[in-house]
Design a protein around this ligand. Structure first.
Ligand code: HEC
Ligand code: HEC
Length: 248
């Protein structure tokens, strides 16, 4: 066995030295054989989530707060199946993507190993990751006005220095969970505080978060099924932001 392998190597070397023979190209591994989380992340995720999990247009996955907020099962589900209704693609072959289950697992394990540093939430009373569906649009409008408007601009007013989060084109590409994650985790890389420092330096509680998400979701262009549930109360709200052209 050993001699056979050796003679192959010698033969290969010998051949590649023949004049005129093109040098062998770099060995291209079969895509399914790549199990390095760093390579997989760079190839599949960095474009949207940033090279090192920060400073990308999408969720700052490298935030220790984010990594403490979520569990492995949830990460695996989102990476495998994507977030329908957003730009987050499905990666598992079983969901039409390019990655094997082993590769999805490798990415999840890599994110945890690289970015989950202890428990970043210890004792901090973090609002739950998932919404309980009990947010009030009207209360959320208040939460928005007193906490978000200073950076994102008042509803119906000028766009703030951090860009509009009420723009229907933006909202159309975000799921309620994506918005909720942003409010809890913030953008530590880009200057948005997490839930702890939102309310004039005081933490937002779970109800504040659900309320402001209900308000944002109510500004989504028509189509969003969330709008049909229990949000009639807002239909006559005075301000209906000018930017929300799609809102009936
Ligand atoms: C101190 C300023 C500041 C405050 C206060 C603030 N944000 Fe932000 N927010 C930012 C910045 C900066 C970004 C990143 C903008 C960019 O992508 O360049 C951001 C991004 C976002 C995003 C997009 C996140 C993403 O990953 O795509 C959402 C949604 C958002 N903010 C919602 C809110 C809501 C709701 C509130 C109030 C509860 C709020 N923000 C309060 C500064 C702020
Ligand atoms: C084309 C851009 C794009 C690519 C590529 C992409 N993502 Fe995302 N991802 C997003 C967006 C946008 C969201 C927020 C979706 C929403 O609104 O819920 C997101 C959400 C997520 C979330 C859930 C965030 C939350 O709210 O808890 C995880 C986890 C995630 N992505 C991981 C990955 C990983 C790992 C890869 C690579 C295998 C990847 N993404 C590739 C755009 C992308």
């Amino acid at each position: 066995m050993f001699t056979l392998a050796l003679s192959c190597v010698l033969l290969a070397n010998g051949c590649s030295n023949l004049p005129g023979k093109p040098a062998p190209g770099p060995k291209v591994p079969r895509p399914e054989s790549i199990l390095s989380s760093h390579v997989l992340y760079a190839q599949n995720c960095a474009g949207c989530h940033g090279r090192d999990g920060l400073y990308g247009p999408a969720t700052p996955l490298a935030s220790p707060v984010y990594q403490s907020l979520v569990d492995d099962a949830m990460l695996r589900r989102v990476v495998a199946q994507g977030e329908p209704g957003s730009m987050m693609p499905a990666f598992a072959k079983s969901a039409g993507g390019d990655l094997t289950d082993a590769q999805v697992d490798a990415i999840v394990r890599g994110m945890r190993a690289d970015w989950k540093t202890g428990d970043a939430l210890a004792g901090a009373g973090v609002p739950p990751y998932a919404d309980d569906g009990k947010g009030s649009v009207k209360a959320g409008e208040q939460v928005y006005a007193s906490n978000c408007a200073r950076c994102h601009g008042a509803a119906g007013g000028k766009i703030g220095k951090s860009g509009s989060v009420l723009n229907p084109d933006f909202l159309a590409l975000m799921t309620p969970q994506g918005l909720r994650t942003a409010v809890i985790v913030g953008r530590p890389d880009l200057g948005m505080p997490d839930w702890r420092a939102q309310m004039k330096g005081k933490p937002m509680n779970a109800q504040d978060v659900s309320d402001v998400i209900a308000f944002l979701v109510a500004q989504k262009p028509a189509l969003a099924p969330e709008r049909t549930q229990g949000q009639q109360a807002n239909q006559g709200a005075a301000h209906q932001p000018k930017m929300s052209g799609g809102v009936r």
